[in-house]
Design a protein around this ligand. Sequence first.
Ligand code: ADP
Ligand code: MG
Length: 453
Amino acid sequence: MEFDCWGRVRDQLLNVIGKDAFQNWIEPLSLLKVTDGIASFSAPTSFVGTWVDRNYGDKIVMMMTREGVAVDRLMFQADVLVQAESKDDVKQKMMAPIVSVPTGSKDLPGAPLDKRYTFDRFVVGKPNELAHAAARRVANGGPVTFNPLFLYGGVGLGKTHLMHAIAWEIQARDPKAKVLYLSAEQFMYRFVQALRFKDTMSFKELFRSVDVLMVDDVQFIAGKDSTQDEFFHTFNALIDQNKQIIISADRAPGEIAGLEERIKSRLQWGLVVDLHPTDYELRLGILQSKAETQRVHYPEVILAEGILEFIAHRISNNVRVLEGALTRLFAFASLVGREVTLDVVQECLADMLRASDRKVTIDEIIRKVADHYNLRLTDILSPRRARSVARPRQVAMFLAKRLTSKSLPEIGRRFGGRDHTTVIHAVKKIEELRAIDNQIAEDVELLRRMLEA
Ligand code: ADP
Ligand code: MG
């Protein structure tokens, strides 16, 4: 009862306070219980609780009461467990409404474009420069050179941002262009609706009449056979007409389990580019740019020297998490009226810093690599030099160097008592191979993602 009520209140809050505020403040809360008119919530930090209470407390009390659970006070309890960001992301996407594209293509059933997701606001660094360049090229129009453009990468690395940026740009250049952006789930939803109302003809016509089709998070249609079928036909029809298609997914076409082979191979016809996880420089660049934006809202907030650098070092998560950290920090600073020092950051972002504290261990690396290559742990640690064992061992050493802060001699010791020069050699070797051998590059990438997940 209380929980249903909270569910409805959350929906209302989302409408009232907007998606960003909702994600920052309401999403991370869970209702624990309601007793004696007191609704208790867990919050990621005590600050989040205080903030929600001050800013939304009255609203929440009112809404809960209106929804049938009499509440006159809220209580917040700092949670030691950290929210799983990616789960929230997924939930967030599920809730995205189906509405028309606000500009140009009013008659199209796409998802709304976010005003902030433009090229101007996209910070380019090594990890995303290829994807950015490809997106720019597509947005500039002209002859269709690669079709489809397939963007992939982990959660929060800017796929959706780039797709919206392309849509904005194309529409700015040619307001008559019919650009349709939607998530794969929305595509599926539309299709299922069309089936239900026996109206697949207009569904087909609609999708085949666009100039540019963008389907976000295409991994969602994996395993959904009839949707895949329809997607495939739409896709082919548009490609045949030389219409631009842009697709995103959280992994490479070949890695999407449950996606039909013919679709995989068709997706690989075009240009496949990935967004790599952010590196320190990119994170710092993004933080600097977002801090400028925050300053417009909170001109009174002063950041001490080195704060952004600290965050860029310590929060190595996706960009959405970085943004959330900065938003919370500015809100906190403006509330307490203090300069943002290292202490303030540590207090305010305790939960996020804890989350990124999770360090990958050498043991984990060895285990995952052995698994991946179907070897035994003892093979990796053994003195055997056969290529089938030596290469995975080198991959593991490379990852150990990259993902942990262990020294070369220490890594050598952990790999069956090897010398540090062996580790150096392994790191160099894998570095070279990654540039010329796709298989190795993919293996390393996959393993790194699994280990950092
Ligand atoms: P994805 O679709 O890959 O999960 P999004 O495009 O939704 O990621 O990006 C998550 C958030 O991070 C968005 O608010 C987006 O604006 C921001 N973001 C991601 N990459 C960048 C970047 N390079 N520069 C600026 N903002 C970025
Ligand atoms: Mg996205």
